[in-house]
Design a protein. Structure first.
Length: 352
């Protein structure tokens, strides 16, 4: 299953790799930040240009309220036993974290006091399920969605309409039937994303690289086939949507984490995933895992992360510039800033 093989080690960023990138992308100011951890970070969520949350292995949860100039650990009751592969925040006080793993290792916690304390909202009772990503909409009675690899022949989509106070596994009649062994990759926290308050997308990995879509905040779903690479451990890995229609998706062959050179791994949609235009892949080999639009840097500017490095495009993935050749995972952007996280607890801020 895809999520079981993805991103389980800690790999340090090469010294000087980002410094070299200064000459490759002179329009971008690059700042390496001090996270206070050497654990692998997998997800990051920027609420504003000042408030950012990040999470990763060893029970690590981090928060910054000064744009990442300083980061503070926000311990949870689970200690270092869980891998927090996704985080979603709405401000400096309120955030959700999701741990990935089989059975009870998949959990969702919420804080409303900046991480001083956490409430366990969901613990997976299905020993065959493995939750990968979550995302929340906006507004009062906030809706949220979490996705797990299929189990017992059913597609597992959790839904909440009360800020996660209660979660419900959607009925099989409300979700697409799974392909055999279908799952997602818990690689960057970007396999479930909202395009707008009501439109939600799920990017599946193996075996079919399908895109699931909801138009009603996650209550009911349909599914689209895509032209991306697919296989027993290959498929969609991450996505970013500007709204309910326009998005960029990345894919990968996870069997080849550092060496993947598949060509059908970057694509653009302007109709909510019904049709796709494949674009060029970044120049270095490695499994692509994350993508974020940078709205303040131009309508076609995005950052992509991968096991082979991090890259930026200013023309909608037609051409790329290399930022680093070191392992990167999660990425998030707001305004003219983006944050990239990865191995060795590294966090890097990009300013346009």
């Amino acid at each position: 299953m895809g999520s079981l093989v993805c991103l389980t080690g800690t790999v340090a960023l090469a010294r000087g790799a980002w410094a070299q990138a200064l000459t490759l992308a002179p329009a971008v100011r690059i700042t390496e930040q001090t996270s206070g951890t050497a654990k692998l970070l997998q997800a990051v969520h920027a609420v504003s240009e000042r408030v950012v949350w990040a999470s990763g292995h060893g029970g690590v949860v981090l928060r910054s309220i000064d744009g990442g100039d300083s980061w503070e650990a926000r311990p949870t009751a689970s200690g270092d036993s869980l891998e927090f592969r996704d985080v979603h925040a709405i401000d400096a006080d309120t955030a959700w974290i999701m741990s990935a793993g089989s059975g009870a290792k998949s959990r969702i916690y919420r804080t409303t006091n900046g991480g001083a304390s956490w409430t366990l909202q969901f613990m997976n009772p299905d020993t065959a399920a493995f939750y990968d990503c979550l995302s929340f909409g906006s507004g009062r009675g906030r809706t949220g969605v979490a996705f797990s690899d299929a189990s017992a022949g059913r597609t597992n989509i959790l839904h909440t309409d009360n800020d996660g106070a209660s979660w419900k596994l959607l009925a099989q009649s409300a979700v697409p039937a799974p392909l055999p062994g279908e799952g997602a990759f818990a690689a960057s926290g970007l396999c479930v994303v909202h395009g707008d308050a009501r439109t939600v997308f799920i990017a599946t990995g193996s075996p079919g690289a399908r895109l699931m879509r909801s138009r009603d905040g996650g209550s009911t779903w349909d599914v689209e086939n895509t032209p991306f690479t697919r296989g027993t451990v290959a498929g969609l890995t991450g996505m970013a949507f500007k709204d309910g229609q326009q998005g960029m998706v990345v894919a990968a062959d996870i069997n080849r984490l550092r060496t993947d050179s598949s060509t059908a791994v970057v694509g653009i949609t302007t109709d909510a995933g019904r049709t796709w235009e494949l674009r060029t892949r970044p120049p270095l080999p490695g499994a692509l895992v994350g993508v974020a639009w940078v709205p303040g840097a131009g309508s076609e500017t995005a950052v992509v992360t991968s096991y082979g490095g991090a890259f930026i495009t200013s023309d909608g993935a037609r051409t790329w510039r290399t930022l680093t050749n070191a392992l990167t995972t999660g990425v998030s952007a707001v305004g003219s800033r983006a944050w990239v996280v990865g191995g060795g607890g590294k966090i890097t801020r990009l300013d346009w």
